[in-house]
Write a protein that binds this ligand. Structure first.
Ligand SMILES: C[S@@+](CC[C@H](N)C(=O)[O-])C[C@H]1O[C@@H](n2cnc3c(N)ncnc32)[C@H](O)[C@@H]1O
Length: 204
């Protein structure tokens, strides 16, 4: 399902030809490649602080794909102010050490009127579905993960890190507080997965 959500993320950017998108915490480049698939005339930069992830991303893109992959920290984005028309970030904000600091960095590198689209886990609101989702997320996911890749703790990290992460409305508020406007929430599967779309104001 994450592939469908990533396609949705990229559609929200509404990029025009020649516009530049930064895919922050790009990992193995799913979203960066999808940007070029939907907007072949755009420019895409994928940034991640893991060289191993970037190596896989590069191996998945042809040499002339046009995607620039860069090693760098989302807390100190190595680009000047007002450089990008859009920033996408999939399952990244949950992992940064300082959420507000990262939002400020994204705001800094966006052009006025630029758009941020973030995909991450959300919180289910309906009580019964919430219990089912918690059971799936905290019990079944680590179990399946351990069967597929024994000894890896990443399937435990995913639900645990979601506990610390703000719910949809709190994240929306943090985005407003950081200086974004027109923040929208798009929930999937009862809110278990969520996309935030936020704009940098055109007038400072
Ligand atoms: C769960 S993966 C998501 C990858 C990709 N965005 C996707 O949706 O498939 C999170 C990625 O964020 C990267 N990451 C975490 N914190 C980061 C930071 N402060 N700066 C840059 N990359 C970071 C990790 O190296 C990892 O590749």
């Amino acid at each position: 399902m994450h592939r469908y959500w990533k396609r949705f993320v990229v559609r929200q950017t509404g990029l025009h030809p020649e516009e530049h998108c930064l895919d922050l915490c790009c990992g193995t480049g799913d979203i960066a490649r999808e940007v070029l698939r939907q907007y072949p005339a755009s420019k895409v930069t994928g940034l991640d602080f893991s060289q191993k992830m970037l190596n896989i991303a590069k191996s998945k893109s042809s040499n002339n794909s046009g995607i620039q992959y860069l090693l760098g920290n989302a807390m100190e984005i190595p680009f000047p102010d007002t450089n990008f028309d859009a920033v996408t970030i999939g399952y990244g904000l949950r992992n940064v050490p300082n959420l507000n600091g990262c939002l400020q960095e994204i705001l800094r590198v966006l052009k006025p009127g630029g758009i941020l689209v973030s995909l991450d886990v959300g919180k289910v609101r309906l009580p019964v579905i919430k219990e089912l989702n918690n059971f799936y997320f905290f019990r079944i996911v680590p179990l399946i993960g351990n069967l597929l890749m024994p000894g890896q703790d990443m399937f435990q990290y995913l639900p645990n890190s979601s506990l610390e992460y703000p719910n949809q409305e709190s994240l929306k508020r943090l985005m407003f507080e950081a200086g974004f406007q027109q923040v929208e929430i798009h929930d999937f599967v009862f809110g278990a997965s969520t996309v935030h779309v936020a704009c940098k104001p055109t007038i400072n």
